[in-house]
Design a protein around this ligand. Structure first.
Ligand code: 5GP
Ligand code: ZN
Length: 113
């Protein structure tokens, strides 16, 4: 198993796990782009949003729920924050394991391009 996020999710890489349950794990991004930058991932290896089966789509709602919990925990819930899922090459996805970015703690840029 050479997927870095699978290794983090299974506890093989020592690091700061902020949240976990039977299905999901949340941990800080190694190269944060904002004061709060947390990644929420499924434990199951799903390569990207495009690889998610229809039956698996409820996991996105669960990831958003965990993101809300993390936003509360990090004190940005009332200030505003952003959830991002990059998908595929032109979507800017680098790590091929489905993940949701929680970004906050500063005024985020309004334009993507
Ligand atoms: P992507 O561009 O695929 O949506 O985002 C991948 C994110 O994973 C990037 O923000 C990057 O900083 C983060 N990342 C890459 N490798 C590691 C790692 O080994 N540990 C952690 N915690 N984050 C990582
Ligand atoms: Zn993986």
């Amino acid at each position: 198993m050479d997927c870095i996020f699978c290794q983090i999710a299974s506890g093989k890489i020592p690091g700061e796990i902020l949240y976990q349950d039977e299905e999901l794990v949340a941990f800080p991004d190694k190269f944060p782009q904002a004061p709060v930058h947390i990644l929420i991932i499924p434990k199951k290896h799903i390569a990207s949003l495009a690889e998610l089966s229809q039956a698996e789509t409820p996991i996105i709602g669960r990831m958003a729920d965990v993101a809300n919990q993390m936003a509360r925990k990090k004190g940005v819930f009332g200030r505003g924050y952003r959830l991002v899922i990059n998908c595929g090459k032109e979507g800017g996805q680098i790590v091929p394991h489905l993940h949701m970015h929680l970004l906050g703690g500063k005024q985020l840029p309004g334009k993507l391009a």
